[in-house]
Design a protein around this ligand. Structure first.
Ligand SMILES: Nc1ncnc2c1ncn2[C@@H]1O[C@H](COP(=O)(O)OP(=O)(O)OP(=O)(O)O)[C@@H](O)[C@H]1O
Ligand SMILES: [Mg+2]
Length: 272
């Protein structure tokens, strides 16, 4: 790869921008457990960045550091050239960061539409008071939000289930609804923790297409944890490989695939 200071051009000809986020010497401890050990890497504007590694390697922990949910024990997180301190979830959302979870976190009793609407809460201006005093403005705002949400529903091709309670949906569709809710926040940086785990081949192909399309159409930067190497090879521009909390590889997928440390720790062994 060439000089990275001005971004780079991917194998498929997409222009990747400058550094959006930089992780500097991140260490994360939970009591005696060291989940992340002195890891540094960057995330570039417009890139699809994968994090791979065996179970317990520290991938979800790293995503939680990126999202601001965990504050690292040591090290620094820089976002758009500014060092980031501890943040509340709404502050993270305002920075344009949204995520999905390894274990689906939706409201089962609520419809698909209402679940997706919750993703827009951080964007709603009208509070309870203004809703009471100035109903018209709140109503106009609600209509605007619904239009945004309908666009996402179209984009993810889930029109036919918009009124279905999430609890009744099969797993693959729940994952798609979770993505829809994350998109409702109109993120610049989208964090996906195993978005295709437990999916069949067809569902994985659909999800891959949505991820590529939203990166392409909206320029969304994506960090993705994924076990399926075929998916990682297809989707990602660069890959961070973790093992026992350490970084053992970092680069384009074809380079990482031929890295002996990575083969020994991960690719050569059976994993889910
Ligand atoms: N909240 C926590 N408290 C204590 N230990 C934790 C916590 N979260 C993670 N860990 C530990 O940190 C290590 C890394 O866990 P993490 O969930 O980040 O791994 P992972 O790579 O996402 O694994 P998987 O592929 O199974 O999802 C594990 O040893 C785990 O038990
Ligand atoms: Mg995990």
């Amino acid at each position: 790869m060439k000089d990275m200071s001005e971004g780079y051009v991917t194998a498929d000809g997409r222009q990747i921008g400058g550094v959006l986020m930089e992780m500097k010497n991140i260490t994360l401890r939970f009591g005696g457990v060291v989940a992340i050990k002195d890891i540094s890497f960057d995330i570039r504007d417009g890139e699809i960045r994968a994090i791979i590694g065996p179970n317990g390697a520290g991938k979800s922990s790293m995503l939680n550091v990126i999202s601001g949910f965990y504050v690292p024990t040591e090290g620094e997180v820089w976002f758009k050239g500014v060092r980031r301190g501890p943040m509340k979830p709404y502050q993270v959302a305002r920075l344009g960061v949204a995520r999905t979870f390894q274990n689906i976190a939706l409201f089962d009793g609520m419809t698909v539409l209402d679940n997706i609407m919750t993703g827009r809460l951080t964007r709603m201006k009208a509070g309870l008071l203004s809703q009471a005093l100035w109903y018209g403005a709140a109503e106009r705002e609600e209509i605007a939000h619904r239009e945004k949400v309908e666009r996402i529903i179209d984009f993810l091709e889930i029109q036919n289930i918009r009124k279905t309670p999430v609890g009744r949906l099969p797993y693959g569709l729940k994952k798609r609804v979770e993505l829809a809710r994350a998109l409702a926040a109109e993120p610049k940086l989208l964090l996906l923790d195993e978005p295709m785990a437990g999916m069949n081949v067809e569902e994985k192909e659909d999800m891959s297409r949505f991820i590529l399309d939203l990166n392409d159409e909206f320029g969304t930067t994506i960090v993705l944890i994924e076990h399926d190497m075929g998916v990682v090879m297809d989707l990602s521009d660069r890959v961070v490989v973790m093992d026992y909390g350490r970084k053992i590889g970092d680069g384009p997928p074809e380079e990482v695939r031929n890295n002996q440390d990575v083969i020994d720790a991960y690719l050569g062994v059976a994993h889910d």
